[in-house]
Write a protein that binds this ligand. Structure first.
Ligand code: ASP
Length: 343
């Protein structure tokens, strides 16, 4: 009898330990939560040059945009649809340098660029120098999904856009008094100097928009849309439509969207560099972003910022300018909206 009791107790203990073990998470598992983050450009954004009522106006649009993408993700939507709808709101607002509020070129036109990348397949789409596409991010997505190419530009890109049913508008849709005045100011300052002045120095803030999302399936997508730089000439193209420079996504590491002085972001291959530091040097997203934005980029002379999400849903934003319009929300958490370096 005593012997039977002993065996019963032993069997009970073994099964209890077994049950407990099977409920314990594997060591490398991560709690994947869906998450979304956006930026509305980095630059000389401080409480001194943005009064309270203007801050409220910006905040309102940033909240609406992040909320839109969050709702898509919450309802099992894809990260691609989340970034598209979020960026569309920013493109439709005259406040940001993308879509409707795009800056003017030297020739007083608006030439827009955008790109998108998906972290699971590494598919990407990009467009440069379009003048009649209402939402350039939509065209970048169409290029990725419905063409054999990654990047289209100018008239050909617009021809493809029409074929795909992407919404087109008259170029006058992009006229905003504020941006036109900025161009005149830059030109006036430039005319007083004998040497060529980089327009970025005079524009004070960049205003490009971008969004990164991680959906419930664990897929990361990054997208960026911009009007480029005020007073740009010669069909100049910045980093925003360059995969690896302004936009990058890889489910093994992170998704990144950049804003800043494009020439430096291209030369620094900034978005990819952050991913590569994680992939090859084992840095966390936070460490990688710090290294690139606070060491590598300033050492080259560049300024700007990034938003990013890693595969575990960690959200990071870093910038080396006085401010960056930004907002984020993670599953079950509050929305964060910030503009300046110290909030
Ligand atoms: N990076 C963009 C460009 O160089 C500008 C911006 O971020 O606002 O075209």
């Amino acid at each position: 009898m005593r012997c039977i009791n002993f065996w019963l107790i032993l069997v009970f203990l073994i099964s209890a330990v077994g049950c407990k073990k099977s409920k314990t998470k594997p060591e490398n598992s991560v709690d994947k939560k869906f998450a979304i983050v956006l930026h509305g450009g980095a630059g000389y954004i401080t409480s001194d040059n943005l009064n309270d009522s203007l801050q409220a106006v910006y905040k309102d649009v940033l909240m609406t945009a992040i909320n839109k993408g969050y709702t898509v993700l919450e309802n099992n939507g894809s990260s691609i649809e989340a970034i598209r709808q979020t960026i569309n709101i920013l493109e439709d607002s005259p406040l940001f340098n993308a879509g409707r509020g795009s800056v003017f070129t030297h020739n007083e036109t608006n030439e827009m660029d955008a790109s998108v990348m998906i972290g699971n397949t590494k598919d990407a789409g990009a467009v440069a120098g379009v003048m009649r596409v209402k939402n350039p991010i939509d065209l970048a997505i169409q290029i990725m999904q419905n063409s054999p190419h990654v990047m289209l530009s100018g008239k050909g890109a617009e021809e493809f856009a029409s074929q795909q049913g992407v919404k087109m508008v008259d170029p006058s849709y992009f006229y905003t008094e504020k941006r036109f005045q900025s161009l005149q100011d830059v030109k006036e300052k430039e005319s007083k100097k004998t040497a060529y002045i980089n327009p970025t120095i005079l524009d004070e803030k960049f205003g490009t928009v971008g969004c990164v999302a991680l959906d419930k399936q664990g897929n990361i997508v990054a997208g960026t849309s911009t009007g480029g730089m005020t007073n740009k000439r010669w069909n100049r193209i910045g980093d925003s439509p360059i995969i690896g420079a302004g936009t990058y996504a890889n489910n093994a590491t992170c998704g990144v969207s950049c804003t800043g002085w494009g020439e430096y972001f291209i030369r620094g291959v900034v978005a990819y560099d952050i991913s590569a530091l994680m992939e090859y040097r084992g840095l966390s997203l936070h460490e990688a972003a710090q290294e690139v934005i606070h060491n590598k980029l300033p050492a080259m002379g560049g300024d700007g910022g990034i938003i990013a999400i890693d595969k575990a849903g960690n959200i990071v934003w870093e910038f080396n300018t006085p401010g960056m319009f930004r907002a984020s929300q993670k599953e079950g958490e509050e929305i964060r909206v910030e503009m300046f370096s110290k909030n």
